[in-house]
Design a protein around this ligand. Structure first.
Ligand SMILES: [Zn+2]
Length: 210
């Protein structure tokens, strides 16, 4: 537990949020099973230990484990509110809130970038976790845009189930079409660049392209 509470790498700004402090955006990005939610929960817990006022949101599409908590694969959890759109987050953040956590950022609309910028401009520390690539290896909006505007970026890695190297890709292992298939270990596995097979397991179409 003590190790969990220790800062690692560039994951956190050393300044304190408060009335005069500027806000900022932290992004935790990586593949499935890379510990993104776990890292988000760890930072939120530390913020609460520092007696900061924290609010947490997740997209309503992701109610796999719980309606009112974000839950990591390792069963860590933190209270959260489910919202339909990024805009709803702005409506729900209270004036006194100092830290806003957002899980599964890739399932939000592109307004999430503007929402994060607006909150940060207000002095809020915004921490967003999300999948940076879809199952074909393409950047998963709005995560690329969030990575661009964030002050702090942490890239998390899983372990490739084939070879044991650090894994940066989410291999879909069932035959389902569509970009969004919410699932866990029976639907995806972590793979490294060499073991990742972008299109082999499922037909890939990009309906948004001509
Ligand atoms: Zn591998």
């Amino acid at each position: 537990m003590v190790e969990r509470l220790m800062a690692e790498g560039n994951d956190e700004h050393l300044a304190k949020v408060g009335h005069d402090a500027p806000g900022w955006i932290e992004v935790i990005a990586g593949s499935m099973f890379s510990g993104k939610s776990e890292e988000l929960i760890r930072r939120l817990r530390r913020a609460r230990i520092a007696r900061l006022r924290v609010q947490v949101f997740k997209p309503e599409i992701d109610l796999r484990y719980s309606r009112d908590h974000i839950v990591s694969h390792s069963e860590m959890r933190h209270e959260s509110s489910a919202v339909r759109t990024a805009g709803e987050i702005l409506e729900l953040v209270q004036p006194a809130t100092e830290v806003v956590g957002i899980d599964e950022g890739q399932f939000f609309d592109n307004d999430l970038v503007e929402v994060a910028n607006t909150l940060a401009a207000r002095g809020v520390r915004v921490i967003i976790a999300g999948l940076d690539q879809d199952y074909t290896g393409r950047p998963f909006e709005p995560m690329p845009q969030l990575l661009a505007v964030a002050e702090y970026i942490t890239k998390t890695h899983a372990i490739c189930v084939r070879c044991g190297q650090p894994a940066n890709y989410s291999q879909r292992i069932v035959e389902v079409e569509g970009r969004v298939v919410v699932g866990a270990s029976e639907t995806y596995e972590a793979r490294c660049r060499r073991c990742f097979i972008p299109h082999a397991d499922t037909p890939t179409r990009y309906p948004e392209e001509p």
